[in-house]
Design a protein around this ligand. Structure first.
Ligand code: AMP
Ligand code: ZN
Length: 463
């Protein structure tokens, strides 16, 4: 039985799908004005792990992820410039060029870290008509009103406003830095449609003149379009709880008069050196940057898997180094298991499988499941261990079926001069020239590498 933590109830709840055997799920996608950093990607690793647990449990998934290519302002509330518009003006490119470029890099990054793409990827600018229809209905039913700079949702018409974040209205004003706009009926009223001045690049015809959608309306309109009035799961990062998702929920439920999302699930933040990750602090690394520094994208995924998705994860290079060592060890052990024979007295693998399934079904407890895998791989070498590890990897997504290739690829990372020295030492050993063999070993160590003798010859590891 799968249990998940629902932000709405602040409790772990038994997961019950609306339609038996099927899950409908919406995940807030990136705003494509820049590269997604490793913090953003942690949230998509969480989405992916959840999807994999659901698939493992036998559900088919109808997942939607949006691409925000308009309407997300520099402040999550209605303050500041549109991020796409600002970047377009700064670079001289069109918003579409910028969106296309960063969307394709984002998709490549997801593939590198084995995040499976949701079934539907929906671009906001392809859904302007759906959004306009949504805004029109909100106005017609009295939930939204027009002022000089746009159409705003009237939170006083939705008494349950605040149910997701559980903040009182004063806290919300402080937390979200809600702009005090004297024309608004309530300080927390938020824009569902913004009127565009002539300098704004992205604008569309609407009943209120030229304009562009508010960020929150995108996710309401697209989730309703693809998943219907009520769907199972909505995911995003914790920063979305107080503004974006609170507002999305208000819009949805105002119109449908029903509970729209059964389970709201949020991934905690990734920090860097226990602080905020941001471009201005030059610590918002990308997967490509980590690769340039010699870390495989799957090492980053392994790093993410070590913390439960509802716990903050502090990124440091020491932590990433530790993940690299563990991932290598895991691949090394598994490639040995893959060559192991079936044992005469087989290990009781059923207990490992049961522990693994208990962990993943307990609110996607991947660190605990990983602990079970580690215990199992320390058993005597046996092909059955390898087979079960591959089954578990359907959720971990660590490409453990390619453990051999990974081990091969890191061997190739050894610089040529070190490999030649190691070969010269092998030759010296063959000639029984022990003093020369020892001298070469010392030289290799001085250059920062360790040499281990193996049956096949040698293994070189960076110290
Ligand atoms: P954005 O591109 O700003 O819309 O963010 C994309 C996703 O990344 C959202 O679900 C955010 O909640 C999430 N996110 C942003 N910063 C972080 C972080 N430091 N750690 C984890 N998730 C984050
Ligand atoms: Zn969203």
């Amino acid at each position: 039985m799968l249990k998940v933590y629902n932000t709405l109830s602040r409790k772990k709840e038994e997961f019950k799908a609306i339609k038996e055997g099927e899950v409908s799920m919406y995940s807030c996608g990136p705003t494509v004005y820049n590269y997604a950093h490793i913090g953003n990607l942690r949230t998509y690793v969480f989405m992916d792990l959840l999807r994999r647990v659901l698939s493992y449990d036998g559900y088919s998934i109808n997942g939607v992820m949006n691409i925000t290519d308009v309407g997300h302002l520099t402040n999550d509330a209605d303050e500041g410039e549109d991020k796409m518009d600002k970047t377009a003006k700064a670079t001289g490119k069109t918003p579409a060029e910028i969106a296309d470029y960063y969307t394709s890099v984002f998709m490549e990054d997801l593939a590198k870290i084995n995040v499976e793409t949701p079934e539907i990827v929906a671009k906001a600018t392809d859904h302007i008509d759906d959004m306009l229809e949504y805004v029109t209905r909100l106005v017609q039913e009295g939930f939204a009103y027009e002022i000089s700079d746009g159409i705003y949702f009237d939170i006083s018409k939705f008494p349950k406003y605040g149910q997701l974040s559980r903040l009182n209205l004063d806290e919300q004003i402080a937390g979200a830095r809600v702009v005090i706009n004297t024309e608004k009926r309530n300080p927390q009223d938020f824009a569902v449609w913004k009127k565009a001045d002539r300098s704004h690049i992205q604008q569309w015809q609407s009943p209120w003149g030229m304009g562009y959608p508010g960020w929150h309306i995108e996710c309401s309109a697209m989730s309703q379009k693809y998943l219907g009035e009520t769907f199972d799961i909505h995911t995003g990062g914790v920063d979305h709880i107080p503004v974006h998702h609170e507002n999305e929920l208000a819009q949805n439920e105002a119109l449908t008069k029903a509970k729209v999302v059964d389970y709201w699930m949020h991934g905690e933040f990734m920090l860097v050196n226990n602080g905020k990750m941001s471009k201005s602090l030059d610590n918002a690394y990308t997967v490509s940057q980590l690769q340039e520094l010699g870390y495989s994208p799957l090492v980053f995924r392994y790093f993410c898997l070590n913390a439960h998705y509802r716990k903050k994860l502090n990124f440091t290079f020491e932590g990433l180094d530790a993940a690299k060592v563990s991932y290598e060890r895991l691949c090394g052990l598994l490639s040995s298991h893959s060559r192991g024979l079936a044992l005469v007295n087989p290990v009781d693998l059923a207990a490992y499988k049961a522990d693994f399934e208990r962990a993943v079904n307990d609110d996607v407890n991947i660190p605990m499941a990983l602990g079970t895998l580690w215990k199992m791989v320390k058993e005597p070498l046996c092909s059955d261990v390898y087979a079960l590890a591959l089954q578990m990897d359907k959720i971990f997504g660590l490409s453990l079926d390619k453990a051999d290739e990974y081990m091969q690829s890191i061997k190739e990372e050894v610089p040529l001069n070190i490999a030649s020295l190691a070969d010269a030492r092998l030759q010296a050993k063959a000639e029984k020239n022990w003093s020369e063999a020892d001298r070469i070993r010392c030289e290799i160590v001085e250059l920062g590498y360790n040499l281990l003798d193996t049956k096949e010859g040698y293994e070189i590891k960076k110290i």
